[in-house]
Design a protein around this ligand. Structure first.
Ligand code: PLP
Length: 403
């Protein structure tokens, strides 16, 4: 295996980049797993390219924790992991499109079953594949499709309605159970999991309990033939109600250094965004900067133009609001953030040179605005900041195990 850190060029001459700390990622995952308790399986959500940081490196970094599955949203995300040599089971948590199901089944990915139509479609496709030829002996059937039944307990975007379990449960049980053929071959479908997704875990604990109760009430109707693992909690869910973890947890944002809510504990920072000074300017009274000339110097000032902008994923809303750290000191962002550059004001007595490195999203404290602080200043959430970091920024990983 090649050194994954070699995937990205070292930042020595880069304009801007993201430094990612695999040890912190692992520590955050281990801390959530510990809260959930022993015997609870870990399903790290690595969708959206590992929340923007690199799903392959995330998978490699978390391998020592032996995740039960890796959670993705799109079948293509699973394919990318396989191509990179990641062998862990892949769970596609969002409803797969008809156009994706063939590849998912052929790749052995586990699918979320979100309605009857989809369940029938997967069954038919799987049956067609295993029919004919040596199928009579089960030799070319291949492994069954492992599925996770999604129960909608209030999120409303996908899944079987928990209130109507008595209407869908018999048919679902029938479709799942009718898999075992007369020759005793493996079933076509295997119910691997039953899950639901929390809608307000970031806000309150009672909503989590309510959704868990709704899930239980649907489970009671289902009475599956073989035991399936029940999973419900996202990051905020684990932090607020670890006792409701059931069989597995599906954390995302906390692993990546994002705090899901302001009253919850901070994870260890994982990603730091840095940019080089591309230009230094001595500004005089009346000089303006950026589109709309929203900032005017009142006296002699020193400005540094950083080689990062909203085209890199630095939120445009940070302009005139945020601050970077340059030479160990805070440097306020002045004027509107452009697509490719952002201007900061440095202390007029401070020596700044082209090529110096500034921290624009930092670990917090004196070392630069933390991810949640950037999100607040930009009127958004850490999830959007991380997944918005553009491909123009190399991800520089440290501490990824080399296998
Ligand atoms: C994204 C996602 C998660 C992870 O949520 P976080 O808030 O990032 O912890 C869990 N489950 C499902 C189904 C998801 O789509």
């Amino acid at each position: 295996m090649t050194d994954p850190n070699a995937i990205c060029p070292p930042p020595a001459d880069g304009r801007a980049w993201v430094e990612v700390d695999a040890d912190a990622l692992r520590a955050n995952a281990a801390s959530l797993a510990a809260k959930a308790g022993t015997g609870v399986a870990l399903v790290p959500m690595v969708k959206a390219d590992g929340y923007g940081l690199g799903a392959v490196e995330v998978a490699r970094s978390l391998a020592p924790l032996k995740p039960w599955k890796l959670g993705v949203a799109a079948v293509a995300e699973g394919t990318a992991l396989r191509r990179a040599g990641i062998a862990a089971p892949i769970f596609v948590a969002s409803p797969a499109l008809p156009s994706e199901i063939g590849v998912a089944v052929a790749s052995g990915f586990e699918l979320a079953i979100t309605d009857l139509d989809q369940l029938r479609g997967i069954r038919e496709l799987r049956a067609a594949r295993s029919g004919g030829g040596a199928g009579k002996h089960g030799a070319d059937r291949g492994p069954p499709v492992r599925v996770h039944l999604e129960i909608d307990t209030g999120m409303g975007r996908a899944g079987f309605d928990w209130r109507r379990a008595s209407t869908w449960a018999p048919e679902v049980a029938g479709l799942l159970g009718r898999g075992r053929s007369a020759d005793g071959a493996e079933p076509t479908l295997v119910l691997e999991g039953i899950f639901s997704h929390l809608h307000s875990a970031d806000e309150s604990e009672p909503s989590i309990r309510e959704q868990r109760m709704r899930l239980e009430s649907a489970l009671a109707r289902l009475a599956p033939r073989r035991p399936a693992a029940v999973h419900l909690l996202n990051s905020a869910g684990v932090l607020r109600a670890p006792d409701l973890a059931a069989d597995a947890i599906r954390p995302g944002i906390f692993l990546y250094g994002g705090r899901p809510a302001s009253d919850l504990e901070l994870p260890r920072p994982v990603a730091t965004v840095k940019a080089r000074v591309a230009h230094v300017k001595e500004a005089g009274p009346g000089d303006t900067v950026g589109y709309g000339a929203t900032y005017t110097a009142r006296r002699h000032e020193r400005w540094a133009t950083l080689a990062i902008g909203y085209g890199d994923g630095l939120p445009r809303r940070l302009g005139d609001r945020g601050w970077a750290v340059l030479g160990g000191r805070p440097a306020p962002l002045i004027g509107r953030t452009s697509m490719d550059v952002t201007v900061v004001r440095v202390d007029a007595a401070q020596e700044v040179r082209r090529g110096d490195v500034a921290t624009v999203i930092g670990p917090g404290g004196d070392e630069g605005l933390a991810l949640h602080e950037v999100a607040t200043l930009a009127d958004t959430i850490p999830y959007e900041i991380l997944t918005g970091l553009s491909p123009r920024l190399p991800r520089i990983w440290k501490g990824v195990p080399i296998d």
